[in-house]
Design a protein around this ligand. Structure first.
Ligand SMILES: Nc1ncnc2c1ncn2[C@@H]1O[C@H](COP(=O)(O)OP(=O)(O)OP(=O)(O)O)[C@@H](O)[C@H]1O
Ligand SMILES: [Mg+2]
Length: 362
């Protein structure tokens, strides 16, 4: 840490200030930097003891708070955001420091100490919570509005019209089903989150599990004239897992491949043993679900596992999707200490690959 010579700073002060993880800057009554700890230098770029604070802290709201404190106001807190390199937000606490504590002269005017408390993570969490609530409300509102509309029609104009009634009840059932799925997916996400840090302990025969899921999705595939093939190596080991959750993973991936695959094409689920997983260093199993669909543009790939994120919103909604499937997959795979990777080529199709640790000999 650097501090201005001729001040009352000691080596002990410097050592103490440098050990504080938050940026701390001390200024005199002229707004010149008297001392700045290491975090101030690294995190907010304030250095140069003896130079004007405004040269390295170009933030109007912060400087205004500083001026007010130097003019005699009590301590104050302002929120400041630094845009680069990546945006960071701090609660900046500006507190007065007696002049004779700073300088040898007993008549020196008061200075100030600036402490920057990083609240970037809290801000992001707040934003995510707000976005999530907005998304859930929006997703629930559309089917609910449809239901309310049809109920009114059935009570009014469509009263006594058998044909219209039948048609409307059909649509209402679809919309109510969509709401039910959304709620079920949300509940399953929160159930997974609660258990995310508990390692699963079952020894799961993953090939049989996959074959079961594929069979249960047969009708959906047939409706699009599609085939789902399971290509599994015979020496595939059991995995350390939680069967119910792994069923959800495979179902979501194969459902997507059928939904977003082209009619008449084939979906392949390839299961292979692996010698060494990056996550655990031990053996494992990889499961790759390959479709021949429209594929996904590169810019969407990193965000696909976010809740409610869709590459093609209109298409997903039309197909009855909630946009939660891959978020669920990612959380479950994390809990299994596995990995999800997505490869896709526009116009050709996509491959969703998961890896899972093997159960090992008993
Ligand atoms: N195999 C695929 N081919 C092309 N796009 C895909 C594929 N799988 C997923 N996507 C894209 O990723 C988005 C997110 O998928 P996700 O499974 O999370 O949601 P969804 O399928 O829309 O709804 P649901 O929650 O009902 O599964 C989809 O909306 C779609 O745009
Ligand atoms: Mg899906």
């Amino acid at each position: 840490m650097e501090f201005k010579s001729g001040t009352k700073f000691s080596r002990l002060d410097a050592a103490v200030l440098d050990s504080i993880p938050e940026p701390v800057v001390v200024i005199d009554h002229q707004r010149d930097v008297v001392a700045a700890n290491r975090s101030a230098e690294i995190d907010i770029g304030v250095t140069y003891p003896g130079r004007a604070l405004a040269l390295s802290l170009r933030h109007p709201a912060a400087l205004e708070a500083v001026d007010q404190v130097l003019a005699g106001d009590p301590a104050r807190t302002v929120e400041v955001t630094f845009p680069s390199p990546s945006p960071r937000t701090f609660d900046l606490i500006v507190a007065p420091v007696p002049g004779d504590a700073l300088s040898q002269s007993s008549s020196a005017k008061a200075g100030a100490v600036l402490v920057f408390h990083d609240i970037t993570a809290e801000k992001m969490a707040d934003q995510m919570r707000a976005d999530f609530v907005a998304n859930v409300s929006h997703e629930l509102r559309s089917p609910l509005s449809a239901l309310v509309g049809f109920i009114e029609t059935l009570q009014g104009p469509a009263q006594g019209d058998k044909e219209a009634q039948e048609k409307f009840f059909g649509i209402m059932a679809v919309e109510a089903g969509r709401m039910k799925r959304l709620i079920e997916d949300l509940l399953s996400l929160s159930a997974i989150e609660v258990e995310e840090h508990v390692a699963p302990q079952d020894r799961v025969r993953v090939v049989e599990l996959i074959e079961g899921v594929v069979e249960s999705l047969g009708q959906g595939a047939e409706a699009k004239d599609m085939k789902v093939i399971v290509d599994a190596s015979e020496d595939t080991p059991k995995v350390l897992g939680d069967s119910d959750f792994l069923v959800q993973v495979i179902r979501n991936l194969v459902e997507n491949a059928i939904f977003y695959g082209r009619a008449g094409t084939q979906v392949t689920v390839t299961v292979r043993p692996m010698d060494r997983l990056a996550e655990t260093g031990g053996p494992g199993v990889s499961v790759a679900v390959t479709d021949s669909g429209e594929g996904i543009a590169r810019e969407h790939l990193p965000r696909l596992t976010e809740r409610f994120y869709r590459a093609d919103t209109a298409r997903s909604r039309q197909l009855g999707g909630t946009g939660l499937g891959l978020a669920i997959v990612k959380h479950i795979i994390n809990r299994h200490r596995g990995r999800l990777t997505i490869d896709s080529e526009l116009g050709k199709g996509s491959v969703f690959t998961i890896t899972l640790p093997a159960a090992g000999p008993k």
